[in-house]
Design a protein around this ligand. Structure first.
Ligand SMILES: Nc1ncnc2c1ncn2[C@@H]1O[C@H](COP(=O)(O)OP(=O)(O)O)[C@@H](O)[C@H]1O
Ligand SMILES: [Mg+2]
Length: 407
């Protein structure tokens, strides 16, 4: 077994504290380390039943399940993945060990926790203090080795004040060890400097846009963000509703940024936003295939970032009814103002959209005053929504073009 971890995280590999708190900036390698530590323990200690928890079960499959499967694949370990039960049984040299993936939105599952030997809570800021205490109580049975709950999260003060109080205050939680990290601790800095630099550059750029977000994401320090732009509710898509219009908004991404696609349903001045896709590493061909799998019709109008005419043309050549979003001077602000004048709902289950919505804030100037543009970070689905609604629904200003001929 050969496993890469950075020198900053390495001591944690052998740490047996009952609670291991990994707080840090974006891309510091927290999630990757937590997955690798469970793998190392499973291989060495065997007989484990690891609980891997997120607030919402649906978000497990494209994050923690994907990560654990990748680590097992990379190490040539055979395993059985049960998609219905959300479990993976790995066959290690010392015997089998299991990962059980759970969302706290699945109360039946939580009731049936038995024999869990250690746990990892991913994106712990999504949980409440009560959620954590309940989990802590569940993990009381003796296992093959020490019992540990690992928590991984970014220090977002507004979302998770309880984490700051519990682990960073004057009376820290008994048995907790706290580790802080930033992207400088990510082994990619040496293994893949180009990807690392692209990532770090995006984080550095936040300094001039939103100091609190820069502190949280780049420096891994507790800070409170402010200036949220929208406050939409979450609602089911009305059944049997006759919508006046249905169309799509899309944003292209690749390695550092994800591609995003949202279906927008309009009835009069009311909109329902349904997240269809949020994924990295998709070429335009892959994107087209994903859209087919999602059941998107080729004739459905879709509006995309006009800064990518080549990608839009590629989608058109693949038969999609894709068009560039309206762009122009101040179109971002105008788009936001337009959407603010409407009633908007996020369709239930659109987790990434909800997350981006919650963190979509006005950019701040040097004095901390809000400016009239959003912070350009975690804004892929939000941009997609704007491309769609503003281009499709905002009445274009009538313009009279005059040409002076022959001068
Ligand atoms: N030990 C490692 N070996 C190889 N790649 C890593 C390692 N740690 C992190 N990475 C890569 O760096 C990126 C960010 O890591 P991640 O664990 O997702 O960060 P965080 O959870 O702190 O935001 C991921 O693409 C991940 O694959
Ligand atoms: Mg992470």
């Amino acid at each position: 077994m050969e496993i890469v971890v950075s020198s900053s995280f390495e001591p944690l590999l052998w740490d047996e504290s009952p609670v291991l708190v990994m707080c840090g900036g974006r891309g510091s390698g927290k999630s990757e380390f937590a997955g690798r530590k469970l793998f190392v323990r499973g291989e060495k200690e065997a007989g484990h039943r690891f609980l891997v928890v997120r607030k919402i079960r649906r978000t497990c499959s494209d994050s923690v399940v994907f990560l654990i499967k990748r680590i097992l694949d990379e190490n040539g370990v055979s395993y059985d993945y049960n998609k219905t039960d959300h479990t993976i049984v790995a066959h290690g040299p010392a015997g089998p060990y299991e990962f059980v993936f759970v969302g706290l939105d699945d109360p039946e599952k939580i009731k049936s926790f038995t024999g869990m030997t250690s746990a990892w809570i991913e994106e712990a800021t999504e949980l409440t203090r009560d959620d954590f205490l309940k989990l802590d109580l569940c993990l009381r049975e003796p296992g093959p080795s020490y019992r540990q709950i690992m928590l991984t999260f970014n220090p977002q003060e507004v979302e998770a004040r309880w984490l700051k109080d519990a682990f960073f205050g004057a009376a820290p939680y008994p048995g907790a060890r706290v580790h802080n990290s930033t992207i400088d601790d990510n082994p990619l800095k040496r293994l893949d400097p180009k990807t690392w630099a692209a990532y770090a550059g995006k984080l550095d750029a936040l300094r001039d846009q939103d100091e609190a977000l820069w502190k949280i994401s780049r420096l891994g320090l507790w800070a409170a963000r402010s200036g949220q732009i929208f406050s939409w509710d979450v609602a089911d898509l009305p059944k049997d509703a006759k919508f006046d219009d249905v169309f799509l908004g899309g944003d292209f991404g690749y390695s550092v940024d994800p591609s995003g696609l949202v279906r927008i349903h309009r009835k009069a001045d009311e909109f329902w936003l349904e997240e269809l896709l949020y994924a990295k590493n998709l070429t335009n061909q892959d994107l087209s295939r994903e859209m087919e799998l999602l059941g998107v019709q080729r004739r459905e109008p879709s509006y995309w970032d006009s800064a990518e005419p080549k990608s839009i043309e590629e989608l058109r050549r693949l038969g999609w009814n894709a068009a560039p979003a309206q762009k122009g001077q101040d179109s971002v602000r105008a788009g936001i103002d337009f959407i603010k004048s409407k009633k908007v709902h996020i369709v239930t289950g659109s987790h990434n959209l909800k997350k981006e919505h919650d963190s979509y804030c006005w950019r701040k100037d040097r004095g901390g005053q809000p400016m009239s543009e959003p912070v350009a970070f975690d804004d892929h689905l939000m941009s997609a929504v704007r491309y769609g609604i503003f281009t499709r629904c905002a009445r274009p200003q009538s313009k009279i073009w005059t040409m002076r001929a022959g001068v």
